[in-house]
Design a protein around this ligand. Sequence first.
Ligand SMILES: C[S@@+](CC[C@H](N)C(=O)[O-])C[C@H]1O[C@@H](n2cnc3c(N)ncnc32)[C@H](O)[C@@H]1O
Length: 251
Amino acid sequence: MRLLDRIFNPGTRELLTRAGIAPGWHVADIGCGIGLNAIWMAERVGPSGSATGVDMSAEQVAMARANAEAAGVKNAVFRQGMATETGLPRGGFDLVYCRFLLCHLTDPVAALKEMSSLLKPGGVLACEDFIASTITTYPETRAYVRLGEIYPIMDAKRGVDSNAGAKLHRYFRAAGFDAPEIRMEQPAFLRGEEKRFWGLTLREAIPAIVEAGVARREDLEEICEEIGEIAEDETILLALTTVVQAWARKD
Ligand SMILES: C[S@@+](CC[C@H](N)C(=O)[O-])C[C@H]1O[C@@H](n2cnc3c(N)ncnc32)[C@H](O)[C@@H]1O
C-alpha cells in the first residue's frame, strides 16, 4: 500500500489540486485504504474543513486512524462502510474521491451514484482507476504475459473489471455526469522498488487465485520470482499500468 502511494500520489495530488481542493472544504475518500490520501486532503482543507475516509476493511480503517494520529492530523475521520452504502450525510461534501476502488466492484456505477448523492450542488467527483491490460514490459517477458492472462480470468470469475480505468468516462455518464474531464498517464520504470510492484500485488493475491482455480500456486510463485529477476534487470522497461483520472462537477 505504501509503495502504491509512492508511485501514484504525485498524480493524485495534481488531480485533487485541479479539482480545486481548498481550505474549508469537506471531502470524502471512498475505498480509502490506509488513509494516506485522506490525511493529505485533511491537511489541504485545514482545520475549518474535514476529510472522511470510508473502507469496507476494518483492518484498513484501523491503519488509517493510526496513520492520522501519527501524522497529528485531527480533522480526518475514518469509518468502515461499503462504497454503495457509505452511511455518510447526503449533500454534505465539496469533493468525493476514489482511487483503485471501482476495479473491485461488481456495480461501479452504483458506487458513483452513491458518491454523487454525497456531493453538494457544484461539488466535484474525482476518480482514478487503472487499465490492467496495459501492464507490459519491453521487451516482452513470460511473467508479464502470464499476468496479463490471469487478470481477465479472475475478472470473469469475480464479476469485476480490472480495465475499469478505460470505462471511467462511461461510468460517469451513467451516474449522471454528462461532461467529465479525463486525463491518463502510464508510469514506467527501469529500476527501483517500483519494479517489484506487481510481484508484491500478485503474492498477496495468490490464495484467491489458487482458490478460484485460475492458476497453480507453483506457477504463481514462479511468476513472482521472474518479476523479481526482471526488477533487477535494467535493460527491461516495465510499463506499470495506464492510470485514468476522471472528474466532473455536480449540477
Ligand atoms: C487497491 S485498494 C486502494 C486503496 C486506496 N484508495 C489507495 O489508492 O491507496 C482498494 C481499497 O478498496 C477497498 N474496497 C474494496 N471494495 C470495497 C467496497 N465495496 N466498499 C468499500 N471499500 C472497498 C479495499 O478494502 C481497499 O482498501
